[in-house]
Design a protein. Structure first.
Length: 701
């Protein structure tokens, strides 16, 4: 019995059964004897069941009597060895890490389970084929137990331009499952689920989170078993025949990341703090960038691009990113993907003149790539149609006039790597926007078998190799917006693009969902134009900019069309972000339960607390009118209860006429309250029109 102690949670592991069993994951237990935990929680043999209680192991075994989904599903030729039973074969322990070895001599399989605990609980399993014949793996899932009092589940669904939408449901019996076959972590479903005590909120109730750090196909299952035990299982989703282990080969699952906290906000800090503790986490201030896409699309006129760069520098931008359209025959979205050479048509003098102009203005230069894709109308496809990730016996399914390029092929991989390496070597480039804009459909590899698993590993390898060749370059994970947001891709990238939708109304909810996994500095959040390109909504600059403030800020707006007042106000909002950037990108992201006026959510509140709780910046965004004429006071738990805070509003550009006939205290010179008061009775915020925002700045004496 092994007791692991983390930053906010404890884990007790029973290693006596072969595959390890997590018997406790949650609140710290102090100096409790781990054997007493096992004894106190041992379940009885019941009438109508087996004569044994099957362990709910990290990899539960059907062969041992587990009647839920087995952790390992596979077989040899003829269907043999499909229900293995593992026996203990050694344990390694030290420094918050546990490695458990188990073996099934009959099936010729070995199971290795790794468990790590600090800011988060991290678990993965590996199966080794020690037999003399091939072993086909259907799935290998990691299972994490949940207590019986975790009776609600929060998961996330979505679509293009509306990612990370929360879905909450009871968790008292049966199974909740989510599967993804898109070839990326996906916009439709998210490899993240939270379970908690009934009615859990941002600051109340026990909460357990489970995230799969994998950027390809995946599955998770949350189930309450008939005997009352609850479990979350997560792992890669494999197509039929996709993974075959030859004798001596092994397959390891992606890491499953678990977090625990008293409330959803503290639980999400586990993910944030683990990501920030990685050696690869960005250390320097995150540059405010301007992206050219919604300003020029495919119109790459040099003088216009240079003028846009000049305007970007004037409002305080620190990085300029040239988006799609600079390469090959790419004058629209129908051709050129795969030909990563500078277009003589779009840039007859090359990229040098534009880069020199951008650098002369004191900004970094970034460039867009979509390395995993190929257009049929491209030189690459004309020479190598066999490099597409398709079944050549069928007419391929196109999406956005493009196919997936099979990077698991060494020749295709080398072609893309060498072309990208040449562009990054020949130009002064500090940033790559790495896009991936279509699903995998019938994605057959070179041998005809399913190829998404190998493709995902090849993408990881390509990113790793390019980062090693160009350590000065930062990489962004973009996938039709937020189609690839997971800690697997973030081991190799420096931020994600949360959504192609930069409508501030939609972004309030999208970014709230993303913040449950990622800290603000890893979430790309841009100020768009007055009319959102994806929805047609019109918003004030104050609402757009205040929404983008709480991420890695950028601008995606044709700055050449701004009048003097807009230019001045935009520069002020960029400066505001730069002023608060150390707080925003170094503090603890906080969320507050939605403000309601009647049965409907009418406003969302979130912000950042400094790690020492001496400062905070909080946003209250009104999304719709409510039944009440005035909003309820905003309560702010989690501050230093004994400290006295000065609470004031941050000046913003005009958002329309005021909804209030009198000014509330935070507007009228501010108010001084203790942290205990802010948590208990809160502070009144002003009445707001829909799609407008107020920012509260808190400083402790």
């Amino acid at each position: 019995m092994i007791h692991l102690r983390g930053r906010v949670a404890d884990v007790v592991v029973d290693t006596s059964a072969g595959a390890p069993v997590i018997v406790h994951w949650g609140a710290p237990l102090g100096d409790a004897d781990p054997a007493s935990v096992v004894r106190a929680t041992a379940r009885p043999v019941v009438v109508g069941g087996l004569d044994v209680v099957a362990p709910l192991a990290v990899v539960p075994e059907h062969g041992s009597g587990f009647l839920g989904r087995p952790g390992l599903a596979g077989r040899r030729q003829g269907g043999r060895d499909w229900a293995p039973r593992f026996a203990p074969d050694g344990v390694e322990e030290g420094d918050g890490r546990l490695v458990v070895h188990a073996v099934d001599a009959v099936a010729g399989l070995r199971l290795t389970t790794e468990i790590e605990l600090d800011h988060t609980l991290r678990v993965r399993a590996a199966v080794h084929n020690e037999g003399t014949t091939r072993y086909l793996v259907d799935h290998l899932l990691v299972s994490l137990p949940l207590p019986a009092h975790a009776r609600e589940v929060l998961r996330f669904d979505g679509r293009w331009a509306r990612e990370f939408q929360p879905v909450r449901q009871p968790f008292v019996s049966g199974a909740i499952t989510s599967e993804n076959r898109s070839g990326r972590s996906s916009q439709e479903h998210v490899p993240l689920v939270f379970a908690g005590t009934e009615g859990f909120g941002e600051w109340a109730g026990e909460v357990w989170g489970v995230h799969l750090g994998w950027s390809g196909n995946w599955q998770w299952l949350a189930e309450v078993l008939p005997d009352g035990r609850a479990v979350v299982q997560a792992g890669e989703l494999l197509h039929p025949g996709e993974l075959a282990l030859e004798p001596g080969q092994a397959y390891a699952t992606p890491w499953v990341h678990g977090t625990y906290g008293e409330g959803l906000t503290p639980a999400s800090w586990g993910y944030h703090r683990w990501l920030r503790a990685r050696p690869s986490h960005p250390q320097r201030p995150r540059p405010v960038l301007v992206n050219t896409w919604e300003a020029v699309y495919f119109d790459h006129d040099l003088e216009r691009l240079k003028a846009l760069a000049t305007a970007a520098a004037e409002v305080g931008a620190e990085r300029y990113v040239l988006d799609d359209g600079w390469f090959g025959s790419r004058r629209d979205d129908r051709s050129g993907l795969g030909d990563w050479v500078v277009s003589a048509d779009a840039h007859p003098q090359g990229l040098g003149p534009l880069i020199e102009h951008v650098r002369s203005l004191g900004m970094e230069f970034g460039l867009w790539f979509e390395p995993e894709m190929v257009n049929p109308d491209s030189d690459l496809y004309r020479f190598h149609p066999d490099w597409a990730l398709v079944d050549l016996r069928y007419e391929p399914v196109l999406a956005r006039h493009q196919l997936v390029l099979d990077l698991a092929r060494p020749d295709a991989y080398a072609h893309v790597r060498d072309q990208m390496h040449a562009v990054l070597t020949d130009h002064d480039i500090a940033f790559v926007k790495w896009d991936m804009n279509r699903h995998h459909v019938q994605a057959a590899g070179e041998r005809g078998s399913a190829g998404t698993h190998a493709q995902t590993l090849a993408v990881y390898r390509l990113l790793d190799e390019l980062r090693a060749l160009h350590p000065q370059v930062e990489f962004e994970s973009c996938s039709s917006g937020g189609g690839r947001m997971d800690v697997g891709i973030l081991a190799r990238t420096d931020r994600v693009w949360a959504s192609d939708c930069i409508d501030a109304h939609e972004r309030q909810l999208i970014q709230r969902g993303v913040s449950m996994l990622l800290p603000p500095e890893l979430m790309g959040s841009h100020i768009g134009g007055p009319v959102a390109h994806t929805t047609g909504r019109m918003h004030t600059l104050a609402f757009r900019a205040a929404t983008a403030l709480f991420g890695h800020m950028g601008i995606e707006w044709n700055l050449l069309g701004l009048d003097d007042a807009e230019r001045t106000q935009l520069a002020e909002m960029v400066a505001l972000h730069q002023r608060f950037r150390p707080l925003l990108h170094g503090g603890d992201a906080v969320r507050f339960d939605p403000l309601c006026s009647g049965p409907d959510v009418t406003a969302l509140a979130h912000g950042v607390y400094a790690a020492d709780r001496r400062e905070a910046l909080v946003s209250v965004a009104q999304l719709a009118t409510g039944i009440s004429l005035a909003p309820p006071p905003l309560r702010l738990p989690g501050l230093d209860s004994a400290a006295v805070y000065s609470v004031t509003t941050v000046p913003l550009p005009r958002q329309g006429w005021s909804m209030g006939r009198s000014r509330v205290a935070v507007e009228d010179g501010g108010v001084r309250l203790t942290g205990r008061q802010l948590a208990a009775h809160g502070v009144q915020v002003p009445p707001l029109n829909p799609d407008s925002v107020v920012l509260l700045h808190l400083t402790a004496d």
